[in-house]
Structures are given as structure tokens and as C-alpha cells.
Design a protein around this ligand. Structure first.
Ligand SMILES: C[S@@+](CC[C@H](N)C(=O)[O-])C[C@H]1O[C@@H](n2cnc3c(N)ncnc32)[C@H](O)[C@@H]1O
Length: 216
């Protein structure tokens, strides 16, 4: 007996929707506290174009995805996070920190974008990332250090974001020409809709020179 299209579709194995829902589908239930581990090639691209001085603080370390790559390049990494994702020291709120940890000369992270979990539809979402960037720049200037933040490329075009970035020692924008795959779902994997870039600040940069743009 021939199988109808309906039979064929009905016979497909049931897949829990959340497991196979690509990130770009509207309404995707973003992880609580914006926990998205960064694939290693993204950190490799940063290190290729922005040499770091000395020890590094990863203040939103998650499961250590960024920290491990930086350590593999010979830097000591102080890894902290608000939440315990199985790596580093948890219970450390970045906004409550008034200095970089002793001995660190750089901050590197993929910060929470403020639109995850319960804050997903909050009107304050974009302000939270702005507040994060402002605070990170202030700590970097105070330490005379470096700062690398992974953000959506589109984000940097916003007026408030542009004002905050211009107020800091922005040295380089490293644009990732490949879109980041946040979840590997095998054959069902789709790329996200966003391009990302690293914003790299250096308090010791030559401030008479405009920031560079690099395509990685
Ligand atoms: C997008 S994930 C990135 C994780 C890791 N940096 C990476 O790239 O693999 C953001 C992380 O920020 C943490 N986080 C959220 N709010 C925080 C806060 N106020 N202070 C410190 N960490 C925070 C979350 O727990 C989460 O691990």
C-alpha cells in the first residue's frame, strides 16, 4: 500500500521543539541570564588580531568556553560568573565589582545582552548591555588595561551604543564575517541571523589615531 505524505510526516520521530528550535525563530526561549557558550574560533579570531598583555579577567565565564582558549594561549585567566555554570568562581556580580582582580590587565567576555530569560521582553534590555559596557570601560581605564567584548554587529550602530563606545579607548572593531552557530544541532543546525564583532579597547592606545576595523 502506498504511503501518503500525511503518513510519512506523521511517522517522523517526535522531537522536543526546544531542542531543535533555531535561535533566530521569533519567540525562542533564550537561556536564563543569557548563557551562550562562545565557540572557540571566535576567541581565536580575537587573539589573532588583538594581542593581550598579561593576565585576563573573564567576568561572565559561563562554562569557561572563552577562558580555556585564552589559557591555551599562555595567559593566566581569572574566571568569575554570577551563576554557577561549572567553571570559575560563581556568585560574582560584574556590576558590583569596582576594580579588575589583582594582577589582571585585560577583561575579555561575551557579556549578557540583557534580553535573555525573564528580561527577554523588558524595555530595559538594551540599557543593560549599555550599562555593562560603560562599567567595563571604566574598570579598564582605571586599570590602564585592555577590554574585549563580543557584541552583535548591529548593536554598535545604535546612537547610545556609539556614544558609549566613543567615550572609551576604542582601538579596534573585529568583525566576524562568519555568523556564530550558538548551538550545534547536527543536520538540523541553522545559523543565527546576527553577525557579531569584538569591540577591543586599550587604555594605552595612541588616542590621536582613529579606531581600526578588521574583518576576521
Ligand atoms: C552569553 S553568556 C557567555 C558565557 C561565556 N562568557 C562564553 O562566552 O562562553 C553570559 C554569561 O554572563 C553571566 N552573567 C549574567 N549576568 C551577570 C552579571 N551581572 N555578572 C556576572 N556574570 C553575569 C551568565 O551567567 C552567563 O554565563
Amino acid at each position: 500500500m502506498s504511503q501518503t505524505l500525511f503518513d510519512a510526516l506523521s511517522a517522523r520521530p517526535t522531537i522536543a521543539p526546544r531542542e531543535f528550535r533555531p535561535i533566530h525563530i521569533s519567540g525562542f526561549d533564550r537561556e536564563m541570564n543569557d548563557f551562550y557558550p562562545t565557540p572557540s574560533w571566535v576567541t581565536e579570531a580575537l587573539l589573532k588580531h588583538a594581542p593581550l598583555r598579561g593576565s585576563v579577567w573573564e567576568p561572565c565565564c559561563g562554562d569557561g568556553a572563552i577562558a580555556r582558549v585564552i589559557e591555551a594561549h599562555g595567559h593566566r585567566v581569572e574566571a568569575t560568573d554570577l551563576t554557577d555554570h561549572g567553571h570559575g568562581r560563581s556568585g560574582v556580580d560584574f556590576f558590583q565589582c569596582d576594580a579588575v582582580p589583582a594582577g589582571c590587565q585585560a577583561i575579555v567576555t561575551n557579556p549578557p545582552y540583557g534580553d535573555g530569560g525573564t528580561e527577554r521582553k523588558s524595555r530595559k534590555a538594551s540599557s543593560q548591555l549599555l550599562a555593562f559596557v560603560k562599567h567595563a570601560i571604566a574598570l579598564t581605564e582605571a586599570a590602564n588595561g585592555q577590554l574585549a567584548l563580543l557584541v552583535r554587529f548591529q548593536w554598535i550602530a545604535g546612537q547610545r551604543a556609539a556614544a558609549v563606545m566613543s567615550g572609551g579607548p576604542l582601538d579596534k572593531v573585529i568583525v566576524l564575517t562568519h555568523r556564530i552557530l550558538w548551538f550545534d544541532m547536527g543536520p538540523a543546525t541553522k545559523h543565527g541571523q546576527h553577525h557579531h564583532c569584538w569591540l577591543f579597547f586599550d587604555a594605552q592606545r595612541d588616542r590621536t589615531r582613529p579606531p581600526e576595523i578588521v574583518f576576521a
